[in-house]
Design a protein around this ligand. Structure first.
Ligand code: FAD
Length: 311
């Protein structure tokens, strides 16, 4: 088990580098809201660094403070050192503001970008209303990034949706628009969380069948370790994905919160095993800034020591 991982500039290099472990893994952080939450996040970042995470991503929220917080957290993570992927969305930004943020990222050495439209503020599944003077689709952000001299060498990733984006006409249209983002210069995609591996495999097949050049770029599965039925239901509601009834029954059959958690970790580990068998390049964990659940899954995969609570 590696304790330190060499640093790689791009996410693609980071996930394809030769390694001792069975597969690469990466983690998503959200900019914390207060000092205590921030300390917890740095503790989790240290744990993941020591476990050899290929990269860490930092989400971008709506609202004025996110610009500063996402950039600051991503910068510090990259100095940790962890290869860092910084998210950016179109929400409440004009094209000029987006250009200025992209230049900031370049000046901070943050050259791995997840280009996103973002969810409407307030209701994530609500109607999309573009900002005046802003952009409309993630592909516009890819094109903007490519047009800026300082950002030309960015490694760009995008979101993809195993069950289709909730606003897409159908799966075919959604596959088409995902491919367009890959053709416009994105080098990989990270999926929305899903709880049925078949949805992920079908997305990967659709992309590869539709375009043997761009459709075969890495599709990184987004995994949310299940720790409670309530949080799984909530995540499903917010993300527009679905919870298979067999999984819901399995979680409901557990009698105590602790047992539900154990079943949830077991289910996520089984999904990860199947994804490794299916040849994914990387497992991307949505950590909610906690290390424990992800480490427990990695332990089940033989990729991490058993979780020990801090003394
Ligand atoms: P787009 O690619 O722009 O697609 C939006 C919709 O329009 C889709 O229905 C698509 O099929 C369609 N479409 C795309 N291009 C075109 C076109 N040219 N013409 C017509 N239709 C088109 N949200 C945040 O706010 N912050 C985050 O940090 C964040 N991180 C995320 C990370 C991951 C891995 C994922 C999967 C999602 C994340 N999201 C985040 C949520 C994401 O922003 C939303 O799901 C959003 O609704 C869609 O973003 P997108 O980039 O896929 O949009």
């Amino acid at each position: 088990m590696s304790t330190t991982q060499p640093q790689h500039r791009s996410v693609i290099d980071a996930i394809t580098a030769p390694r001792d472990s069975r597969v690469a893994f990466s983690v998503e952080f959200m900019p914390p809201r207060d000092d205590a939450a921030e300390q917890r996040m740095w503790d989790a970042a240290s744990t993941f660094h020591d476990l050899g995470a290929a990269f860490a991503s930092v989400t971008y929220g709506a609202g004025g403070t996110t610009r500063e917080r996402t950039g600051r957290i991503a910068r510090r993570l990259s100095q940790h050192p962890l290869t860092t992927l910084v998210h950016l969305t179109l929400v409440e930004h004009s094209a000029a503001q987006l250009e200025s943020i992209l230049k900031d990222y370049a000046s901070l050495g943050l050259t791995n970008l997840l280009a996103l439209r973002g969810d409407p503020p307030g209701d994530p599944l609500g109607e999309w209303v573009p900002t005046e003077g802003g952009l409309n689709y993630a592909i516009d952000l890819i094109r903007l990034t490519k047009s800026i001299e300082e950002c030309r060498d960015f490694t760009i990733g995008v979101a993809s949706f195993p069950e289709g984006h909730y606003r897409a006409e159908n799966l075919e249209a959604d596959t088409h628009w995902t491919l367009e983002k890959l053709r416009a210069g994105a080098e990989f995609s990270i999926t929305q969380m899903f709880f049925d591996v078949e949805h992920f495999l079908r997305l990967r097949d659709r992309l590869a069948a539709a375009d043997p050049v761009h459709g075969v770029k890495p599709v990184i599965p987004g995994l949310m370790p299940i720790t409670s039925l309530r949080s799984a239901r909530r995540q499903v509601e917010l993300s527009g994905s679905s919870l298979p009834s067999s999984l819901e029954r399995r979680l409901r059959s557990a009698k105590t919160d602790e047992h539900v958690r154990a079943v949830g970790i077991e289910v996520t580990s089984e999904m990860a095993e199947r994804l490794i068998d299916e040849g994914v390049e990387d497992l991307h964990f949505m950590t909610m800034n906690f290390a424990r659940a992800t480490q427990e899954v990695l332990h089940n995969l033989g990729m991490a020591p058993k979780w020990q609570a801090a003394a």
